[in-house]
Design a protein around this ligand. Structure first.
Ligand SMILES: Nc1ncnc2c1ncn2[C@@H]1O[C@H](COP(=O)(O)OP(=O)(O)OP(=O)(O)O)[C@@H](O)[C@H]1O
Ligand SMILES: [Mg+2]
Length: 319
């Protein structure tokens, strides 16, 4: 058994509001192995970005980590001080932000932004950093001669690629991609995903890939974790999840994406909407939308349980 690169245990994150805490990540346990692509799927507001920010310890207030542990490359991430965190971020774990469009500085050339990252963390000379910045741009499919251009001179797809180049710059062991491609058209999206896969094979980093689009995720991930209302509903190898999803929520998500079953049934969306995390339903949080719910589902919280061959589910009916 390979030792996990990232080991998240019972992690809880709360947004502390004047009306009381809102738990956006509720007792989440997950592992990422070296070189693995782990997909995180879930509807808007289910806690995906909050989890990612907790891992890098870049949670904006009023969010606080209120429980659990995060181990990364043998270090207890929650125990690191600010200098230790700075040494870890971008060098060992990096992130491409959901709004990568806004993550770039509009008044600094893209080359300089990459050079700054390389020099701040890597201690390279200006000359070697510039050469490396050019290389990185080419790696993500941007011609080297765009190095002195500004973010606004690039297309949306190219800006996302610059975000990926920045995340790759220091060759981290784990890259978090938070909905890196939602704003792009299908062709650019496919190109970027293929590029990430190729780079991942060549450089060997692990990826935490966040999206609400399960179909897209199944194409690129080795394993998939499905979030529902701040909790994990199901975790499984991508092939098993596609073939035999065990949680009714995952089953519903799969039916909602026609691309997963091309030529099959008409896509069907899950009736209802996800609960507010301010006042979530008791028992299984999915029960108000689940057509198979029984009394137990309304009363008892289902724990994530092993269902065989790396497959885990939090459903009373999936035994
Ligand atoms: N500043 C805040 N104050 C209070 N609650 C917040 C705040 N920011 C987020 N939340 C809560 O945290 C939950 C999770 O938000 P998060 O951004 O992590 O979701 P997400 O899964 O990334 O959604 P999306 O797919 O839309 O990006 C939200 O449903 C909301 O209830
Ligand atoms: Mg998000």
């Amino acid at each position: 058994m390979t030792k996990p690169l990232l080991d998240i245990r019972d992690l809880c994150v709360d947004y502390v509001t004047p009306h009381g805490p809102v738990r956006a990540v509720d007792r989440v346990s997950l592992e990422v192995k070296p070189g693995e692509i782990l997909g995180i799927a879930g509807e808007s507001g289910s806690g995906k970005t909050t989890l990612a920010q907790a891992l890098l310890r870049i949670l904006p207030p009023p969010a606080v980590i209120s429980g659990g542990e995060v181990w990364f490359e043998g270090s207890d991430i929650l125990a690191l001080d600010e200098p230790e965190l700075r040494a870890m971020r971008w060098r060992r774990m990096s992130m491409v932000f959901q709004s990568a469009m806004d993550a770039l500085n509009p008044v600094v050339t893209i080359g300089e932004q990459i050079v700054d990252t390389l020099r701040a963390h890597g201690g390279s000379t200006p000359r070697s950093a510039r050469a490396r910045a050019g290389e990185l741009l080419e790696t993500v499919g941007i011609p080297r001669d765009r190095i002195d251009g500004y973010a606004h001179q690039l297309s949306g797809g190219m800006r996302q690629r610059v975000g990926i180049a920045l995340a790759l710059a220091l060759e981290p062991a784990l890259i978090i991609l938070d909905e890196p491609i939602t704003a792009l058209d299908v062709i650019v999206e496919r190109e970027i995903l293929e590029q990430i896969r190729v780079l991942q094979r060549r450089l060997g980093f692990a990826v935490l890939f966040i999206t609400h689009d399960l179909a897209r995720m199944l194409q690129v991930s080795d394993r998939v974790a499905v979030f529902y209302a701040a909790r994990l509903a199901e975790v499984a190898p991508a092939a098993a999840l596609r073939r035999a999803p065990r949680h009714p929520y995952t089953q519903g998500l799969l039916r909602a994406f026609p691309t997963v079953h091309p030529g099959g049934e008409e896509p069907e969306s899950i009736p209802g909407s996800p609960p507010s995390l301010r006042n979530p339903p008791p028992g299984c949080r999915f029960h108000p939308r689940c057509d198979r719910a029984v009394d137990k589902c309304r009363e008892l919280t289902p724990e994530l349980r092993p269902l065989g061959a790396g497959h885990f589910g939090a459903c009373h009916l999936a035994e």
